[in-house]
Design a protein around this ligand. Structure first.
Ligand code: B1M
Length: 222
């Protein structure tokens, strides 16, 4: 692999955002995702290769380490931040249609629920495998999920809930989506929900963590 891509992969995997970023200590003073991405683009590397050969594998490694409890939320957030820095440079190539995304994933935390750390991790990991994310934020009612689905035909939707009291709102959202847009593929996740609940409410996929959500999405979309 090109040395620039290897360096970018390492920067994202270890959460090195840019040269001035003090984290991680072992990469202090070195270029980060920001500089490596600019260098890669300027040296003529195909943006698609930057995404597929550096950023996506980096997030794959991060997701694997997270699901094996080898790293924790802060390290994952730093990796996601480094990936986001890189994506800012790549975005123009997406918007011109030079790179095709794999699909659109609409995500939000359900009505009444303000927790968004887990949701953000999931959306960053899914963005990391080349999907476009429409993040509706927190406290999202069924009507907003449905509006977003109508604006993005064929999109997959992901619902997050962290409170036992908002599980009922997740169920209500799934019921409404099934009524109005029955063909929609629905992912759910969050600490109080599980596979039994997923089946009970008629969602399609449950994931306990971002890595499993990515695996489910890959197997469903392949
Ligand atoms: Co709140 N909170 N909180 N809280 N909070 C919990 C969830 C709680 C378990 C704490 C406790 O009592 N032990 C408890 C819920 C109890 C229950 O219902 N069973 C609780 C409570 C009660 C509350 C309030 C009601 C407290 C109050 O005001 N009395 C209140 C509710 C506000 C509201 O939402 N309406 C409240 C508020 C808050 C803060 C705003 C202060 C803050 C949220 C900040 C934010 O998110 N921006 C907060 C926090 C930080 C927590 C804890 C401490 C941490 C949650 C978190 O971010 N975890 C939490 C206790 C805990 O978990 N230890 C707690 C890290 C995150 C990476 O994990 O979100 O589970 P998690 O996401 C995981 C998986 O679940 C999965 O992937 C992620 C990574 O592995 N996942 C998905 C999540 N979404 C997914 C979607 C998918 C797939 C996987 O597909 C679509």
């Amino acid at each position: 692999m090109d040395l620039l891509l290897e360096k970018l992969l390492e920067a994202v995997e270890f959460g090195k955002v840019d040269k001035n970023s003090p984290y991680p200590p072992q990469l202090k003073g070195q270029d980060g995702a920001h500089e490596h991405t600019i260098n890669a683009i300027n040296s003529g590397i195909d943006p698609k290769s930057i995404l597929e050969d550096a950023l996506i594998p980096a997030m794959g490694r991060v997701g694997k380490k997270f699901s094996e409890n080898k790293i924790f939320v802060p390290q994952m957030l730093m990796a996601a931040k480094a990936m986001g820095t890189s994506m800012v440079q790549l975005k123009p190539f997406f918007t011109t249609g030079e790179i095709k995304t794999k699909g659109t994933f609409i995500i939000g935390t359900v009505k009444g629920d303000l927790h968004d750390i887990g949701k953000n991790l999931v959306s960053m990991m899914i963005e990391g495998i080349g999907w476009t994310i429409v993040d509706l934020g927190v406290d999202v009612g069924s009507e907003r999920f449905i509006e977003a689905l109508k604006n993005n035909p064929g999109a997959v939707v992901g619902l997050s809930a962290l409170l036992t009291t908002t599980m009922v709102n997740m169920e209500e959202t799934v019921t409404e989506i099934r009524k109005q847009l029955p063909e929609t593929t629905i992912f759910i996740g969050g600490a109080p929900v599980n596979n039994d609940f997923c089946q009970k409410i008629g969602a399609d996929f449950y994931a306990p963590n971002p890595q499993k959500a990515v695996e489910n999405l890959k197997s469903f979309a392949s």
